[in-house]
Structure formats: structure tokens, C-alpha cells
Design a binder for this molecule. Structure first.
Ligand code: SF4
Length: 475
């Protein structure tokens, strides 16, 4: 006798916190049936170890609690985009995106449509229950004419909201897809046909033949406010009238295994921004790039204080050393006076995420910035804060070095109040907490004024003086 695991499902679903096989689906929900069919098919074909499911946002969001295979959760509507990435990066994988009609038909339509148009090598299982289910039964593009939902309480009016979207028929206009079909799970016979179609989607992926779209009509008794039986009837009659069951296309016989797509080598920042010729390291291996550990920086203050330029200088200096870097600004709509911050990541290897939520180095030019970010710096990190920020206005973790530095005052005393950010750069150079050479920082600073070379030279002088001053102050 087969165990439950052999059917592709985990032995128990820990979501409810105990050893249970109850799912989160409502009684009579089409997702429950489809989940079982998908898991069984994956296991029967022996593909669990090769399969990557891309989970949606919607009622199908928790499939990773049920299907015993690899999973990636995508943001709402982005499952086809994520599936594209997985399929390209792992040509040996069987990639299946699981999406609902709000997820695919509305928010993510263009993602899904373009992936189909490109003939990406993944299968899309598209569950159409005619509304946004998880969020409370709002109208979706697939809602039937006259169907009542929470946002169409008098029934969908095509004059106001258009006609139902026929995803399969639209996708069938594309050249690339190998297989496009619509099935239903409203009744035993239909469920058996659905299982065959699901198998087809898996086989196409197993054999690397290309893109497959399978739409599955499914009842949602909860939002239809109907019993499971009535919801099934609605699905089998009303929905099928609008969305006839059909195999729109099946080119599996003539399809040949798609060649894995070449993933272009990611350009280094130096190549992108032109610093390659000036690098001291060798980005292809060796030199600074090969040994540098990742460092995350956050620069924060008011707009107009040169916060974003300061971050850019660090990023540019990293380019001069042949490192990978990302600069990620964040600012309000105000040109001046609003809050501004930027994250900079510097690394000897490709960088995964651009944000610096736990920065190794934090530079704060004002009190709100210090209050907001000081607690994010982990032990071992460094905060450089302008001395105008009152001491003790925010807590820092134990083991964080906090350096108070009169950047704003010094700049004013030197008659260049706008150069407070250069003062900060000098402090960073002196402290050595960037891991970047002083020469690289200076070069990046001068280059940031390349449209006004006279200002570049002036800032070089200011920088040199500020470094001396920092040294004199014991930094
Ligand atoms: S709300 Fe509808 S689609 Fe969601 S789990 Fe319940 S029956 Fe299924």
C-alpha cells in the first residue's frame, strides 16, 4: 500500500501547529482537489526531486505546506516571472507556477502573458474560480457577466467593468506555447480529465519542451455563498458556458526539447559605469574583488545634505577597487529638507539584495536619521553621527562603535557649508571602516564633480584638510 508521502504530499501539514492532514482550504474548494492531483502527478512521474513549484499569493499560497518538492513563493502576480528565472537558471528543473485568477488574470497578467509569448520553459497551472477568493470575493477579470461579488453586489455589468477575460483564448494567439488547455474539477469525470491534463503539463516540463498553460475551473463555495454541491454546479454550468473546456493547442508531438537559454554573464558595476579601466583589482578573479567581504552601508539625513552623493562616492570608490557595488537611494518628494537615505552594498562577489537593513556602517547627518536607524546597526558595526545630534537620543546595540564628528560645523567654519558630506567622507576615510583605500575615496569624490572640475579640485583640498583634522581629533 502506498504511503501518503508517495502521493507527493508531506505526511503532515505543520501549518496548524500539530500533526494534522487538514488543509486550510474550505470544504468543497477546487484548490483542495487540484492540490491533490498535482501532488499525485508529480510523485507518479517520479519528479519530486526535480520539481520547483512557484507559489502564488491567493488561496493557493500555502501549497508549500502540502507538496513535497522544492518551492519558491512569489509576490502577488509574479509567479510567472519567478518561474522564468528558475527555469532559466536551472534547466534541469521541472518548474510549475501555480496561480489564481486574481493573481494571473489581473495583477500578474502581463508577467504571465509575456512569459508565454517568450515560450519560457515552465508549466502554469491557472486556477479560475471567477473571483478574488482569499481577499474576500471581489470581482476578478474572470468574473462572469451578472455574477455577484463583493465589489459587484448587483452583478458584474460589462458596460462598467468589461467582459470576462478568456486567458486561454488570449494566450492561444501566441506562437510559442506548446500546450494550452482548459479543464474543470466540477465532478468526478472532469477531475479525471483534469488529472490527465496536469500530467501532460508535467511531462512537457520533464521533457523540456516549452511553455504549457492549463486553466482549471474550480468552485469557491465560500465566496459564492453556496454549498459545495451548488458551487460545483455553478462551475459546471455557468462557468463552463463562459469558459468552454477545450484543448486549444497541443504541439507536444512536434515540439523538440528547448535548448537551455544562455544566461548572459552579469556585467560588473565597473563595466556598467565605466570604472573597469581604472580598477586596481581584477574582477574576474584575484585582486581586491576576490577577497573583499560584503559590507553594507546606510547614509541618512535631510535632502540637500549630500547624503545620496556621499553614498554614491562609496559606491564609485568600490568600483575603483574592482568590487561589486549597489547604490540604492530612498527619498521623499521634497527636493530639499525631506528625509533622504541610501543603502550601499560593496562586495567582492555578486550582490543579492540592495538594501542595508542591518548596516555595518551607518552615517547620520541629523537626529531623525539617528533615531530611525541607530538601532539597526549590529554589534561590531560603526555609526558616524554629526555632533549636532543630541547624545543618547536613540539606543544602539552593545558593541557598536559610535563616533561623533562635527561635519556640519567644520564645513561651515571652512566656509563651505555644502561640503558637510565631504567632511563625513573624510571621517570614514580616517576611520578605515569602509574597507576602501583613501585614494579610491578621494578619486571618487573628485570624479563626482567631473562636470565642474574646479569644484572637484576644491573638494579634494577640503577632503585632505578634513582628513588631517580627523587625525588631529584622534579618529
Ligand atoms: S475562499 Fe474559496 S478558493 Fe479560497 S479556500 Fe475557500 S473555497 Fe477555496
Amino acid at each position: 500500500m502506498k504511503t501518503m508521502e508517495q502521493h507527493g504530499m508531506y505526511a503532515s501539514f505543520p501549518r496548524s501547529g500539530k500533526d494534522t492532514r487538514h488543509t486550510h482550504y474550505c470544504p468543497g474548494c477546487g484548490h483542495g482537489i487540484i492540490n491533490k492531483l498535482v501532488a499525485e502527478t508529480c510523485a507518479e512521474l517520479g519528479l519530486q526531486d526535480r520539481t520547483v513549484f512557484v507559489d502564488p499569493v491567493g488561496c493557493g499560497v500555502f501549497t508549500y505546506y502540502y507538496w513535497d518538492a522544492a518551492h519558491i513563493s512569489a509576490a502577488h502576480g509574479r509567479a510567472s516571472a519567478v518561474a522564468t528565472g528558475v527555469a532559466r537558471a536551472r534547466p534541469e528543473a521541472v518548474v510549475i507556477a501555480y496561480q489564481g485568477d486574481g493573481d494571473l488574470g489581473a495583477i500578474g497578467f502581463n508577467n504571465a502573458f509575456q512569459a508565454a509569448s517568450r515560450g519560457e520553459r515552465f508549466g502554469c497551472i491557472f486556477v479560475n474560480n471567477s473571483l478574488y477568493a482569499m481577499t474576500g470575493g471581489q470581482m476578478a477579470p474572470t468574473t462572469l457577466d451578472g455574477e455577484k461579488t463583493t465589489t459587484t453586489p448587483f452583478g458584474r455589468d460589462p458596460a462598467l467593468t468589461g467582459a470576462p477575460l478568456h486567458v486561454c483564448e488570449v494566450f492561444d494567439k501566441l506562437d510559442a506555447p506548446v500546450y494550452i488547455a482548459r479543464v474543470s474539477v466540477a465532478g468526478t469525470q472532469r477531475i479525471m480529465q483534469a488529472k490527465k491534463a496536469i500530467r501532460k503539463v508535467f511531462e512537457i516540463q520533464r521533457d523540456g519542451l516549452g511553455y504549457a498553460m492549463l486553466e482549471i475551473l474550480a468552485p469557491c463555495p465560500t465566496n459564492l455563498k453556496a454549498s459545495p454541491l451548488k458551487a460545483q454546479e455553478f462551475c459546471a454550468t455557468e462557468m463552463e458556458k463562459e469558459f468552454p473546456l477545450a484543448v486549444f493547442r497541443d504541439k507536444t508531438a512536434e515540439a523538440t526539447p528547448a535548448k537551455p537559454r544562455e544566461i548572459p554573464r552579469a556585467a560588473s558595476c565597473a563595466e556598467l559605469f565605466g570604472g573597469a579601466a581604472k580598477t586596481s583589482g581584477d574582477a574576474a578573479g584575484g585582486g581586491t574583488a576576490a577577497v573583499a567581504e560584503e559590507k553594507r552601508f546606510k547614509f541618512a539625513g535631510y535632502g540637500g545634505q549630500g547624503i545620496l552623493s556621499l553614498g554614491l562616492c562609496i559606491a564609485e570608490a568600490a568600483l575603483h577597487e574592482g568590487l561589486q557595488t549597489l547604490w540604492y537611494p530612498s527619498y521623499g518628494p521634497e527636493q530639499r529638507g525631506g528625509s533622504a537615505n541610501c543603502s550601499v552594498v560593496v562586495s567582492g562577489s555578486p550582490i543579492g539584495a540592495p538594501a542595508a537593513d542591518r548596516p555595518d556602517v551607518l552615517v547620520c547627518m541629523n537626529q531623525p536619521a539617528f533615531e530611525r536607524f541607530a538601532g539597526d546597526v549590529p554589534p561590531g558595526g560603526t555609526i558616524v553621527v554629526d555632533e549636532s545630534v543630541p547624545e543618547g537620543c536613540a539606543k544602539t546595540a552593545e558593541g557598536v562603535r559610535t563616533v561623533r564628528w562635527p561635519a556640519i560645523r567644520l564645513a561651515a567654519e571652512m566656509g563651505v557649508p555644502k561640503a558637510a558630506n565631504t567632511m563625513m567622507l573624510a571621517a570614514l576615510a580616517r576611520l578605515g571602516c569602509t574597507g576602501l583605500a583613501r585614494d579610491s575615496l578621494e578619486k571618487a569624490l573628485v570624479e563626482s564633480f567631473k562636470k565642474k572640475p574646479e569644484l572637484g579640485e576644491k573638494n579634494r583640498e577640503i577632503f585632505a584638510k578634513a582628513v588631517e583634522k580627523a587625525e588631529a581629533c584622534g579618529l
